[in-house]
Design a protein. Structure first.
Lengths: 112, 114
């Protein structure tokens, strides 16, 4: 597609449930990022994939969070046993690897 | 590790007035520098970037930014603000290599008054 696509755009889930957030990057982009944006907190780095290298998971806040990128393209961010503090907008971005990131519209996650 | 400071949380500018948004970074070598804009409910859009060369870079929507190594700054400017510029602006720094995460500042919310 022309841009980074994220789905769903909105997700409401009950506390304790697992959720999966999907990101379709721009075709040909080797790098993919996940960020979390909470009110007043700016953008918090979660995880970074670059080509076939091992992902940089240094930003994942707990072991309830995981992400994978299949075939160097689509990525899924999974949050297990969701908590209310996980409520945020989750942003995905892709890049050719030079750091120029193109962002999707985000998934707004609400944990009730 | 790199870091970014945007000292102004909110700025209000009159329509037609000039604008400068401040950004200071911390990184040991020459960084990659970016400005992004986020309108309500939207993702981030790239305004401009600096990798090397001319320290004054031009971007979209009439924005420009100047890299000042001595001040570790990358301030965003616009000579005449339009009401549609009201949004949140984020400065970001990347490592100067092919393996580059981005570190963002906390953002500056721009309000434009009539």
């Amino acid at each position: 597609g022309a841009g980074v696509s994220q789905s769903p755009s909105n997700k409401v889930t009950e506390k304790g449930k697992d959720v999966e957030l999907r990101c379709d990057p721009i075709s040909g982009h080797t790098a993919l990022y996940w960020y979390r944006q909470s009110l007043g907190q700016g953008l918090e780095f979660l995880i970074y994939f670059q080509g076939n290298s091992a992902p940089d998971k240094s930003g994942l806040p707990s072991d309830r969070f995981s992400a994978e990128r299949t075939g160097g393209s689509v990525s899924t961010l999974t949050i297990q046993r969701t908590q209310q503090e996980d409520s945020a907008v989750y942003l995905c971005a892709s890049s050719l690897g030079d750091g120029t990131a193109f962002f999707g519209q985000g998934t707004r996650l609400t944990v009730v | 590790a790199q870091s970014v400071t945007q000292p102004d949380i909110h700025i209000t500018v009159s329509e037609g007035a000039s604008l400068e948004l401040r950004c200071n970074y911390s990184y040991g070598a020459t960084p990659y520098l970016f400005w992004y804009v986020q309108s309500p409910g939207q993702g981030l859009q790239l305004l401009l970037k600096y990798f090397s060369g001319d320290t004054l870079v031009q971007g979209i929507k009439g924005f420009e930014a100047e890299f000042k190594r001595s001040q570790s700054s990358f301030n965003l400017r616009k000579p005449s603000v339009h009401w549609s510029d009201a949004a949140e602006y984020f400065c970001a720094v990347g490592v100067n290599s092919g393996y580059s995460t981005l570190t963002f500042g906390k953002g500056t919310m721009l309000l434009v008054s009539p």
